[in-house]
Design a protein around this ligand. Structure first.
Ligand SMILES: O=P(O)(O)OC[C@H]1O[C@H](OP(=O)(O)OP(=O)(O)O)[C@H](O)[C@@H]1O
Ligand SMILES: O=c1cc[nH]c(=O)[nH]1
Ligand SMILES: [Mg+2]
Length: 209
């Protein structure tokens, strides 16, 4: 597995704005979408292309390129993953969306599933799981398990911020997965929150803090 920490200046600038205490719901939501879009650009750099011929504007037949690889399903983990969805589908507009509802029990930090609805033909698709936060990794591994149990063989992960603990947990369960993130942060605090992190990303995106 590789962890791709994207140090593009626009990503780092926007992530810095997201870390500010007291940021408004509007700003946090907008920035989450913008960073998600930039991370998607990076996470799709290795998609395969193939040539095909078209009639060009001058009347000549010209050879252009189109995406060749597998079909894609985007998998937001509710709720906070929804804050990244529009940014991702802006770049991959034909992707099917599979939705996984999980919340993290505040005491045990274990993921509690409450909803799922998957695209069909998961065995033919690359799944791109999106969630702003990879903390203990419990929610991400539970989601990857659901996809794998339904036949999905190719999965990658886009998170805004990752903790080393969560990366390790995903790495142990899924050694081949690629993780794209704007930052690998320092650690988890005693409540399982990422430090320096973003705080509770779901609450900030939905304005429920
Ligand atoms: O890596 P983990 O330790 O599992 O923690 C990360 C999860 O916690 C947050 O969701 P939360 O449970 O707060 O749900 P929400 O999106 O509804 O706010 C976050 O969006 C991840 O899904
Ligand atoms: O730092 C964290 C950890 C889990 N969930 C969040 O929203 N933030
Ligand atoms: Mg939350």
């Amino acid at each position: 597995m590789s962890v791709h920490a994207i140090d593009h200046p626009l990503v780092q600038h926007k992530l810095g704005l997201m870390r500010e205490a007291g940021i408004s719901t509007k700003s946090f939501r907008e920035l989450a979408g913008e960073v998600a879009k930039l991370l998607t650009y990076e996470a799709t750099q290795d998609l395969e292309l193939q040539d095909y011929d078209i009639d060009g504007w001058s009347g000549e037949t010209i050879t252009v390129k189109q995406l060749k690889g597998k079909k894609v399903t985007i998998v937001p983990i509710l709720r906070a993953g929804l804050g990244m969805l529009e940014g991702v589908t802006d770049l991959i507009p034909s992707a099917r969306v599979s939705v996984v509802g999980l919340y993290r029990d505040e005491e045990t930090l274990e993921p509690v599933p409450y909803f799922s609805k998957f695209a069909n033909d998961l065995d033919e698709r690359m799944a791109v799981v999106i969630d702003p936060m990879l903390a203990t990794g419990g929610s991400m591994v539970a989601t990857l398990d659901m996809l794998r149990d339904r036949g999905c063989q190719l999965m990658r992960v886009i998170v805004l911020v990752a903790a080393p603990e969560g990366i390790r947990r995903v790495q142990e369960a899924y050694p081949d997965i690629e993780i794209y993130t704007a930052s690998v942060d320092e650690r988890l605090d005693e409540n399982g929150y990422i430090v320096p992190g973003l705080g509770d990303a779901g609450d900030k995106i939905f304005g429920t803090r």
